[in-house]
Design a protein around this ligand. Sequence first.
Ligand code: ATP
Ligand code: MG
Length: 383
Amino acid sequence: MVDQASNLRKIIKTEKGLRTNQNIKITVDDEKNNVTQFESKIKAVYDNSIIISMPYSNNYFFPLENVSFIKVNINDPCNLYFTAKILDRKLTPVPVLVISRPDNFKTNEIPEGKPCRLIAITSGKGGVGKTSFSVNLAIALSLLNKEVLIFDADIGLANVDVILGLKPKYNLIDIIKHNMRLEDIIYDGPEGIKLIASGSGSEDIYTLKDREFNKLIEELYNLEDMADIIILDTGAGISRKVTNFLFAADEIIFISTPEPTSITDTYALIKIIVNNDKYKKIKLVVNKADNKKEAIETAKKLQLVCEKFLKIKLMVLGYIVEDKKIPKSIKEQKALMLEYPNSLAAAGIMKIANKVINDELWTEEDNYLSLSRFIGRFKSFFG
Ligand SMILES: Nc1ncnc2c1ncn2[C@@H]1O[C@H](COP(=O)(O)OP(=O)(O)OP(=O)(O)O)[C@@H](O)[C@H]1O
Ligand SMILES: [Mg+2]
């Protein structure tokens, strides 16, 4: 099932043209016609240029200093080639190459449309604040001028719509059962956010079949043109109902509270995700912290175990303190960010939203290789 979902996702992404996070192969021919191949990844696509991660091979980065042109190959699932000129090399904040975006490829292969980030919000343990965070992060991002769609992927449990006091007529259950399209069940939420509700419901929703999951994930990628950011509010834990959405997302924000049980459950789920895809962007938000000190301690514990046992750098997006305004706003079915914008929790969420926007260039391999390690490897290769 995982393979099917990720294959499907790859096909949809490649059909749509150059996409961020897409793996590419870089080929360089020297004067003697020797061919060298490197791995890379698309980080951003602009009208006339493309930013790609610094080409690497065997964990070494190659800034391709004496090279002017490279051949770029997007080989998954079909073979697409184009030649690009290296326009610039940047080593900070992360090592990238800026290359030209060829016209013929642009007109022939790339439909218009903007890159959209698919961010899943999840947790190892239930009740840690995923849904309230998802809703308020969506509103905060919208206040920062992003177009946001929130997708309630906690199938079978109506959540997001209830928190916002909305009563959508159709929901995900209609997609699965009545063959409707996702775009037909999008509702307007506060501050211009769009919402797809999950619907509370019947038992058989819990036993979604593989093809039904595939249909949902396929539909999800068809929504890409409708928003800059799609936020998936998932259920908690390691059931397939949750992990299939996590495998399909570009980035995952884990919510953990300082409770030891929440920390261990968070780690257990991160491990499953990283074992499936070590380059997945994994980020952390600490919720319900008594204060900043407790939040930092919680984040450090998780960062340490992730670094030590999974060899990944867990990016910490920020923290939200325990704040009575959150349950109060939920009871009132109003969004915290709009009702209590001066609350401590709202301030924490706004900081996180800013960080979510600012780390757009920080992608998978940065997760895996910190800049200091990069410099170390760079020096050991060229030194
Ligand atoms: N920072 C916070 N301060 C105080 N209460 C909070 C905070 N964040 C969430 N809560 C409360 O915790 C409870 C659970 O929140 P929420 O429903 O968002 O969690 P969840 O992780 O989505 O739960 P589930 O796993 O059931 O989907 C709610 O009562 C909410 O008001
Ligand atoms: Mg929830």
